[in-house]
Design a protein around this ligand. Structure first.
Ligand SMILES: *Cc1c(COP(=O)(O)O)cnc(C)c1O
Length: 342
């Protein structure tokens, strides 16, 4: 199916907002066009096209700037995908639970019905079930998270390929944790799969969760539609500056990732030594999912002692999701868990 056949009719015909700064070309010197206060540090509207940022990210990812879209966190990208491709009350999304909760919340906001294809006991895509599910022609979008949250593992390449080949809608691949994984990003396959959107974020490995900046990589045709629908100034000027600064210090990001990966293995070893731990799941990310006796009570005990992990027992029996912290934070966690079972 052509991309435009997947886009809602009102979006196809939408004329985007034209901001004051879009209405002229050339180099302005006196700006009396946007009703700004003429003085101050933050008085001017930011670049709605995020040109400098996309240029830098383009070099880093070795990808044309036209194929890069920036959102106010990945949350904005997810919302835009629903708003662009799913007619409210009609089209559906295919999810692979247990996975990131925002996909469901954002679907509910947009009145998009969720079809669930649960991961198998290895937390991989159940291929026969997936093939069955995509028979439903009202499914317009499939969201797959790899490495997956909260399970921590990468999805097998063959399963993703199968989804990309057999599903005729949009595949949104969430790679929030890609920087911790050893596999290559699916951005390398965008030219093979025109209906693929790859999403990444500055919130995890890049250490900028507070800044709210998500990236989407897709065909130029798709990123153009994203740009048309987004609020003109979706990324603030200070936030653009902060991310640009971080992009000039890629080495420190790399060294942070290295430290986190080493700490993760230390944390894994320590958890495996605790007899109440039933299973430490494999992780390609910066967190570890554990199955542990009495998880709900342990969770409360940890909270009382100021150590906050994520209790996932409502979706997976006795499961806690533990983010890798600093050495001393990880040690304090292990100590507190040992105190609980003593
Ligand atoms: C943390 C996370 C994100 C990041 O969301 P932002 O809005 O960019 O902070 C995206 N997807 C998953 C699965 C996550 O766990």
């Amino acid at each position: 199916m052509a991309i435009l056949d997947l886009v809602r009719k009102n979006i196809v015909s939408l004329k985007p907002y034209s901001s004051a700064r879009d209405e002229f070309s050339g180099k302005g010197e006196v700006f009396l066009d946007a009703n700004e206060n003429p003085s101050g540090q933050y008085n001017r509207y930011p670049d709605p096209h995020h040109r400098d940022l996309r240029q830098r990210i383009s070099q880093l990812k070795n990808m044309p700037a036209e194929q890069i879209f920036l959102g106010n966190g990945s949350d904005e990208v997810i919302d835009l995908v629903y708003r662009i491709f799913c007619e409210p009350g009609k089209h559906k999304v295919l999810l692979f639970p247990p996975t990131y909760g925002m996909y469901e919340v954002s679907a509910a906001v947009n009145d998009v019905e969720v079809v669930r294809c649960p991961l198998n006991d290895q937390f991989q895509v159940d291929l026969p079930a997936m093939k069955q599910a995509i028979q439903d022609e009202l499914i317009r979008v499939a969201i797959i998270c790899s490495p997956n949250n909260p399970t921590g593992n990468d999805m097998e390449e063959d399963a993703v390929l199968e989804l990309l080949r057999s599903f005729s809608g949009i595949v949104l691949m969430d790679e929030a944790y890609i920087d911790f994984s050893h596999r290559p990003s699916w951005t390398g396959r965008l030219s093979d799969f025109p209906r693929l959107i790859v999403m990444q974020t500055f919130s995890k490995a890049w250490g900028l969760a507070s800044v709210r900046m998500g990236m989407a990589f897709a065909s130029e045709e798709i990123t153009e539609i994203f740009r048309k629908v987004k609020p003109p100034y979706n990324i603030s000027g200070p936030n653009q500056q902060i991310v640009l600064g971080r992009l000039n210090d890629v080495e420190s990001v790399q060294s942070d990732i290295q430290i986190i990966l080493e700490e993760r293995e230390g944390l894994r070893a320590a958890l495996e030594c605790i007899s109440s731990v039933k299973k430490v799941f494999p992780s390609d990310s910066n967190f570890i999912l554990v199955e542990i006796e009495d998880a709900n009570r342990l969770y409360d005990y940890l909270v009382e002692r100021g150590v906050i992990v994520r209790n996932r027992s409502s979706i997976l029996r006795d499961a806690l999701r533990i983010t890798v912290g600093t050495r001393s934070e990880n040690e304090r966690l292990i100590q507190t868990i040992q105190d609980f079972y003593r």
